[in-house]
Design a protein around this ligand. Structure first.
Ligand code: FAD
Length: 412
């Protein structure tokens, strides 16, 4: 989107906002933590929209602090942050964020800045931030309005939530189960780009608020259903088990109905590219990769593909046979399984190509450098892959990745 249509800020406002960047960097997370506390106190209904576990973990305040910090830094050249705005806007569209919610966020952000900075937050600073927030909010609202329109205009597309029935539930491994979904209204099911996700609204009997969660579509589009594959997040001594994943595994069965928003996301396979394709997944991060792999089989079977999947061992490796079969049936598709702690059964079956972890030397020995790389998995895994690709001087435009949570920073 062009930034031409956004309101212009005066020089003084820009200078004041830019001057607060160091303060934000120092207090950014404290401000956003306070912001969420104050906003939820005044507007508890917004707990239906925000992921409250991410709040507790501190991930959401960190992500918001980073976004605010970036916006302040580039307030005189918003085009520099439009890619980040668009990325977040995809998530907002899938969560049905509406323009009326932006002034609420703005109000509590300013109150939190005042609350944390005290007298240091002068009227000039607050006024400048109010204006700057207005411009940033307008950028989100415009980008999201286009996305809502595109979604509504697509054949079979819808805005808001549409009821889907679970038509099949399939256990894929000890921890991952797939849910096959069909619209209750039996209307047209729009396609999606391989790598995109759905947002589901879980309405759980013991929870006061709805819980929204994203799940990548794990099959190729065009099959008459949507499939998501969900890992059951176990609890630890310290933390409770994952709410929605356990609810889905334990209580959602064939015939049950879940509200779902239309497919979204900017992490998807570029099917126009002819470069070799390298898909690298860790754990449940294989879901978007399976969608990409199945799409390649349908649409680009001549393309050179290397699919590397890392898991603890075979017992938690979902869709193992689909992956193996693709490698056996199609000469251009090479699959590599990496287990860090293979079981005795894995050692007998010996379908894994490597024991341990994916590292640069091994990657260099099996895939061409001039490839399109796509990866997804736990944050530590993603940092390792990203670090390896950077060390190998793979150009940034050939590196694509998805976080299964708020956007983190792979450079840190
Ligand atoms: P939550 O209740 O949200 O808890 C998450 C984790 O936090 C748990 O391990 C829990 O023990 C821990 N926790 C709880 N409280 C605290 C606390 N106070 N402090 C620290 N930790 C705490 N998941 C899939 O399984 N498959 C997919 O295909 C998939 N695709 C995704 C695609 C995208 C774009 C995104 C953003 C996410 C995707 N996810 C996917 C992740 C999914 O959205 C959920 O985050 C995941 O299922 C966990 O949700 P939950 O409600 O079960 O767990």
């Amino acid at each position: 989107m062009s930034t031409e249509t956004l309101p212009k800020l005066d020089e003084q406002t820009i200078a004041t906002v830019k001057a607060t960047v160091p303060v934000l960097a120092e207090h950014g997370e404290q401000i956003t933590t306070r912001f969420y506390q104050m906003m939820f106190e005044a507007h508890p209904e917004l707990k239906n929209v925000f992921n409250m576990t991410h709040q507790k973990e501190g991930k959401q305040p960190r992500a918001l602090a980073n976004a605010v910090y970036a916006a302040a830094q580039y307030i005189d050249d918003l085009s520099a942050i439009m890619p980040a705005v668009e990325k977040i806007a995809h998530k907002h569209r899938s969560m049905n964020i509406v323009p009326e919610q932006y002034p609420i966020v703005g109000k509590y952000l300013l109150l939190a800045i005042k609350d944390v900075l005290g007298d240091a937050a002068t009227d000039d600073i607050i006024n400048a931030w109010e204006k700057a927030y207005g411009v940033i909010a307008e950028a989100f609202i415009q980008v999201e309005a286009n996305m809502y329109q595109e979604t509504a205009e697509e054949t079979g597309g819808w805005v808001g939530y549409r009821d889907f029935e679970v038509i099949d539930k399939v256990k894929e491994s000890d921890v991952i189960t797939s849910f096959y979904l069909k619209p209750v209204d039996e209307g047209v099911l729009p396609g999606y780009k391989p790598g995109q996700y759905l947002t589901i609204k879980a309405q759980m009997p013991n929870e006061e608020f709805d819980q929204l969660r994203q799940y990548s579509l794990s099959d190729a589009p065009g099959k008459g259903y949507y499939r998501i594959s969900v890992k059951r997040e176990e609890g630890t001594e310290q933390f409770p088990e994952g709410k929605v994943s356990n609810f889905l595994h334990k209580h959602v069965n064939e015939g049950d109905v879940i509200p779902v928003s239309a497919p979204a996301g900017d992490f998807f396979l570029d099917t126009a590219s002819k470069k070799p394709l390298v898909l690298i997944s860790g754990g449940v991060g294989l879901t978007p990769m399976m969608s990409m792999l199945q799409t390649i089989i349908k649409q680009q079977i001549d393309r050179e593909v290397h699919f590397i999947h890392a898991a603890r061992n075979g017992s938690v490796h979902a869709l193992k046979h689909d992956m193996k079969m693709a490698g056996e049936e199609y000469p251009n598709i090479k699959t590599y399984i990496v287990y860090d702690t293979p079981t005795e059964e894995d050692m007998k079956e010996k379908i894994h190509a490597k024991e341990g972890y994916v590292d640069l030397a091994w990657l260099q020995s099996i895939v061409p450098q001039d490839s399109d790389f796509y990866f997804c998995g736990p944050e530590g895994f993603m940092k390792a892959i990203y670090g390896a690709l950077k060390e190998w001087n793979v150009p940034m435009q050939q590196i694509n990745y998805e976080f299964f949570g708020p956007q983190g920073d792979l450079e840190k």
